[in-house]
Design a protein around this ligand. Sequence first.
Ligand code: ADP
Ligand code: ADP
Length: 229
Amino acid sequence: MRLDAVSKVYGSGKHAVRALDGVTAGFARGTFTAVMGPSGSGKSTLLNCAAGLDRPTSGRVLLGDTELSGRSETELTQLRRDRIGFVFQAYNLLGALSVADNVTLPLRLAGKPVDRGRLAGVLAAVGLAEHHDRRPGSLSGGQQQRVAVARALITGPDLVCADEPTGALDSRSGRQVLDLLRRIVDELGQTVLMVTHDPVAAAWADTVVFLADGRLAGELHRPSAERIA
Ligand code: ADP
Ligand code: ADP
């Protein structure tokens, strides 16, 4: 995943807000990157542009060899379904559906067959094999976020985008979710891009990218031995 001189301007004229200002950054396959910065610095905008949820005003977004910028809405939706998984602060699970149905929803939306073995494998990976038939509302916050991680993984995406995934969790559940994200990078070779304002959460990442006023303000690379996980 690569951002090449990405700028994003919301609004126009004197009300224009330059949320991203010429950001160039690469997120290598099999790495875990945390995006940090003060409120309003452009973190969510960066994540949304990387994930094809939002379009840059200028610059290019590349997922492997595929350019996301300049695609039609239909093409972007297809790309997101096929290649990008999402985890949100508020879990965004459907309360009326079982854990299994929540996890398999991206496959069904894409009209793809549900492989029961894969479902079982993904649920086992997030430690929820026993909770297949439960409703999200009957699970703890940490368990619900792990359902969301399973849902993000079910399609075998190239990129997993997480916006404040631990923001609603107590520190113990937050750690479990971060351990899980770390594991999907180390064991499955996933690429994870995570927005957080929590320096403790950022310590699970290989690289921390700092934003200030829509610009890259610094980058920290962590030797693996120093990682907390
Ligand atoms: P962060 O995630 O770091 O808090 P955001 O990416 O949400 O920052 O926002 C960056 C800037 O862009 C802020 O000034 C914010 O107010 C503005 N912004 C974000 N989304 C919109 C929008 N949809 N319309 C107008 N301004 C926006
Ligand atoms: P099976 O026939 O493999 O026992 P079912 O078709 O009865 O499974 O569905 C059970 C689960 O399989 C559902 O909870 C859902 O997660 C998943 N599933 C598989 N294919 C579909 C589909 N086309 N629509 C909805 N759910 C599906």
